[in-house]
Design a protein around this ligand. Structure first.
Ligand code: APR
Ligand code: ZN
Length: 275
């Protein structure tokens, strides 16, 4: 473990354009359960997972009923939102914020809707699956804070007349194009990708490491399996191996808790800088 931590610190210090990709695993030490880990929400409640697959269809079919549901939420999803509202960044989030302050980390692309990277101080954060802290127009793409939106009439509408939806991206819902394009640009630009606390099984997010590795969109369509491997350095920090580990997309996995490993990597980076 010590060697891998030193190696990651060296790789980060030598990088010109490092970015981080994160998932629910980085927020479990803040009291928010993940989805597919041993105590994950889907692992422990299949019914909730099935319901989550229906949520976007409800929005399309009956946006008023959708809004009534999300505003009156109890049960699993209601608790989840409550846990998010109360949560604070942990040492894992703060380590990534410090890497940004040191000028090493250029961007965080997260699947998390909890807003904890921004709370920890990261400036450049792409919220790939949206945020609980915002409402989005499904026509013009504008985003608003909840306080800016009147909920007197449901469903609420944007100034452009478009329907408003909470910014959280549900299963089967398209990823907002602005975040998707920006994320792909970052994945193509980076020379180091630090992937923290994700099972890397949800698409299209899980394509980003492959885009960085093969620099090829043709890969998505399975048209280019022989695409040359780029020399981008891809490092995973996760409690367990993922398909990225098994397929050799990542260069190495540091197995353990992000809240313990990331601060130690930052310490090593700082040691390197000071000597
Ligand atoms: N440190 C490191 N790894 C951890 C920790 C921790 N403290 N806690 C959990 N993990 C690992 C788990 O073992 C698992 O491999 O983090 C991973 C979390 O994976 P998921 O629960 O699948 O979460 P994520 O990859 O973010 O899910 C992607 O799926 O349900 C949808 O929209 C939701 O954004 C989410 C997406
Ligand atoms: Zn609009």
């Amino acid at each position: 473990m010590e060697d891998l931590i030193k190696r990651a610190a060296r790789d980060l210090a030598e990088s010109k354009y490092a970015i981080a990709l994160t998932g629910a695993g980085i927020s479990t030490e803040s009291g928010i359960p993940d989805f597919r880990g041993p105590k994950g929400i889907w692992t422990t409640n299949r019914e909730a997972e099935a319901k989550a697959y229906e949520r976007y269809e409800l929005f399309l079919r009956d946006p008023r009923a959708y809004w009534e549901e999300i505003l009156g939420l109890h049960g699993v999803y209601g608790n989840f939102r409550e846990q998010i509202r109360k949560a604070q960044p942990n040492p894992g989030h703060r380590a990534l914020a410090e890497l940004e302050t040191l000028g090493i980390l250029k961007c965080v692309i997260t699947q998390n809707i909890d807003g904890l990277h921004k709370k920890a101080g990261n400036k450049k954060v792409l919220e790939y699956h949206g945020s609980v802290n915002a409402v989005r127009c499904v026509s013009c793409g504008s985003r608003f804070a909840w306080e800016e939106v009147s909920l007197d009439q449901l469903p609420p509408r944007c100034k452009c007349g478009g329907l408003l939806k909470d910014d959280v991206v549900h299963f089967k819902e398209p990823i907002p194009s602005d975040v998707m394009e920006e994320s792909e640009k970052e994945a193509l630009k980076c020379d180091l990708m630090l992937i923290c606390g994700t099972s890397a099984v949800v698409y299209p997010f899980a394509n980003l490491p492959r885009l960085a590795r093969f620099r090829s969109r043709r890969l998505f369509a399975g048209l280019d399996m022989m695409a040359p491997r780029s020399n981008v350095r891809i490092i995973e920090v996760n409690a367990e191996p993922t398909p990225l580990t098994h397929e050799g997309i990542s260069d190495y996995l540091i197995q353990g808790k992000t809240g313990e490993i990331l601060p130690r990597i930052v310490e090593e980076v700082k040691k390197g800088i000071s000597t």
